[in-house]
Design a binder for this molecule. Structure first.
Ligand code: MN
Length: 152
């Protein structure tokens, strides 16, 4: 009887460790972003600072539910690798795409777009961009409620 209890406790301990691991972010959430280019709460961590040897910027971004970046352009493009939650991605003139953990989004060079969390889920991605000198983000207008609320 004691043996069964012990085995059960060991199995439960293993299960709770697994559940805890699933809720732990892959990369640190970082600091709350204070730059005026978004609405809602966004956390940012710089994972790789581009330099003359490897000119690739890598950052982790986490959005609270409903938080989103303003419309913007990456002159040399950007890749988003979604690691958690459900979010929105929209290019100018196109419908919002609902994107999930495991999706890869390519933001083509020069295309106005925005990305952020869906209303009821947080959203986390790793953003990768090259050519730092020629790839400074151009910030445009806020995403309006009418634009954000087009997903049924
Ligand atoms: Mn972007």
């Amino acid at each position: 009887m004691k043996k069964i209890l012990l085995v059960t406790l060991v199995l439960l301990a293993g299960l709770s460790i697994r559940v805890a691991a699933q809720n732990t972010p892959i990369f640190p959430k970082g600091e709350i972003a204070t730059i005026n280019n978004h609405t809602g709460t966004v956390w940012l961590t710089e994972l790789n600072k581009p330099d003359s040897i490897i000119d690739i910027a890598v950052a982790n971004a986490t959005f609270a539910p409903g938080a989103k970046l303003d419309w913007h352009i990456h002159p040399a493009g950007q890749i988003l690798m979604i690691t958690d939650g459900t979010g929105y991605y929209q290019e100018k003139g196109k419908a919002i795409q609902v994107v999930h953990k495991g999706d890869i989004v390519k933001c083509a060079p020069g295309i106005a777009h925005w990305h952020g969390a869906s209303p009821k889920s947080s959203f986390t991605y790793v953003a990768v961009s090259t050519n730092s000198a020629k790839n400074k983000t151009v910030w445009l207008q806020r995403v309006t409620d009418a634009e954000y609320n087009t997903v049924k």
